[in-house]
Ligand binder design. Structure first.
Ligand code: FES
Length: 113
């Protein structure tokens, strides 16, 4: 698959404090709006690969401020950087570029890290 920009949601759908995820091939990308800034991370915990935002648990139980919590063993990640903030995860989540084009929030399908 050739890397490209992919629509995630409209700006209204992904307002401040909201999150969304999309499947891009075999990768799930979670997108967050933190006070008007967008961030995108691979939605696969670096501890044991668990889905996080796309696991079926409501986002309000997984997203705490700028932290994303893995529902399986409780590791936490920084949404801004993807860095693991608590064990059992130690590796960072892959990050993806995000932009807004014509009212659409888009992610680039190839990770930056
Ligand atoms: S799979 Fe996420 S903390 Fe273990």
């Amino acid at each position: 698959m050739t890397p490209d920009w992919i629509d995630v949601a409209t700006v209204d759908e992904l307002g401040p404090g909201k999150s969304h995820f999309i499947e891009v091939g075999d990768v799930t990308i979670a997108v967050f709006n933190l006070d008007g800034e967008y961030f995108a991370l691979e939605d696969a915990c670096t501890h044991d690969g668990s889905r996080m935002l796309s696991c079926g648990v409501e986002a309000k139980f997984l997203v705490h401020g700028e932290r994303l919590m893995c529902p399986r063993h409780g590791a936490q990640f920084c949404i801004r950087t993807g860095t693991a903030l608590s064990r059992p995860a130690t590796g960072a989540l892959a990050r993806f570029a995000v932009r807004v084009e014509s009212d659409q929030v888009q992610v680039y399908s190839e990770s930056q890290t």
